[in-house]
Design a protein around this ligand. Sequence first.
Ligand SMILES: Nc1ncnc2c1ncn2[C@@H]1O[C@H](COP(=O)(O)OP(=O)(O)OP(=O)(O)O)[C@@H](O)[C@H]1O
Ligand SMILES: [Mg+2]
Length: 356
Amino acid sequence: MRRIAIANQKGGCGKTTTAVSLTLCLKDMGHRVMLVDMDPQGSATQCLCPDRRSLEHTVLDLLVDSDGVALSDVIIDVDDNLAVLPSDIVLSTAEQVLAGSPGRERRLKGVLDELDGTYDFVIIDSPPNIGLLTFNVLMAANEVIIPVDPSLFSLQGVAKVTEALELLERVNGHKAISRVLATMYDSRTRISRELLSTLRTRYPEACFKTIIRSNITLKESTGFGVPITYYRASRGFSDYHSLASEILGNDPTQKSIEVATVANFLAPRRIGGGILFSFVDPEAHEVLVEGDFNQWDGRQDLLLDVDSKGLWQRVVALKPGKYRYRYVVDGTEVLDPNNPGTEYTDDHGLVSIIEI
Ligand SMILES: Nc1ncnc2c1ncn2[C@@H]1O[C@H](COP(=O)(O)OP(=O)(O)OP(=O)(O)O)[C@@H](O)[C@H]1O
Ligand SMILES: [Mg+2]
């Protein structure tokens, strides 16, 4: 049973749409799937069970171990291969109700352990913050998909989820594979293009090849509770179908976001009389660095290919101060994959920043 969490603390980045659409596509491909709604907004529940106005029991009963409520009392069987562990607004009390109780971040894991073997996939939707509910989600999952819509906050959310996963590994020895998914992609906008190239450079192994394009049918189908699998001609269906195929083809034990250990070495660093910029791309033909220090004209500061592994480097003489910059790889602008410092600027869009 693969347990896949969808998480990012940034609100509205496509978590629920991804959870619901992926669930439906996997079911459509013949798999037994359960969606666990761990967001008190209950949007995934409303989407998959639109006729349930009020819920007798929710996932909260299982997390707090309510007297006499069994797993089978809570699960809604939508059809043969699709089940939902629903939630509603009352789930927002979980933090208070579970305060101080031991192992409170493992409750969902315990619930899912009981189900092992019943489903091929459990997909878990999470709320837009990193609190007790999200810790429960991450702890219960073996794989985490982090949807990233075209916004800087969404990109920052990737770091927050990976930090939370690191914490769970350190404290509880729990390991989960994380991958990023570009959502609401619109090739006409610069921020979409920049963000995608940043995701692909920063997380080359852990970025899904599938991109979820911005699509009105997807918006409407989730809004009205009509399964995206009814709209086979839509981009939304084809993108999530492709995501499901990629997940089925992926070896779930590989390709996680690496916590950047090499990053410090490759981030810009002081050397001799200047700052050493480094960028790795064995396939690139030309890499430039451009920024405040060269009037954003990278032609003056071509990076030199100094080794056969594709390490491009250049020392730029810089006075103390704050500088904005980015790399241009074969004509495409990308953020520095090894420097988490980024800023959105009116004149140059998303850029990397260094302070000397
Ligand atoms: N690919 C897409 N194209 C167009 N609209 C989309 C797409 N994905 C999601 N949306 C719309 O964007 C809005 C936010 O999406 P969604 O609810 O999935 O985000 P979320 O991360 O779950 O939000 P929250 O953090 O509030 O739970 C919704 O109105 C949804 O229909
Ligand atoms: Mg949501």
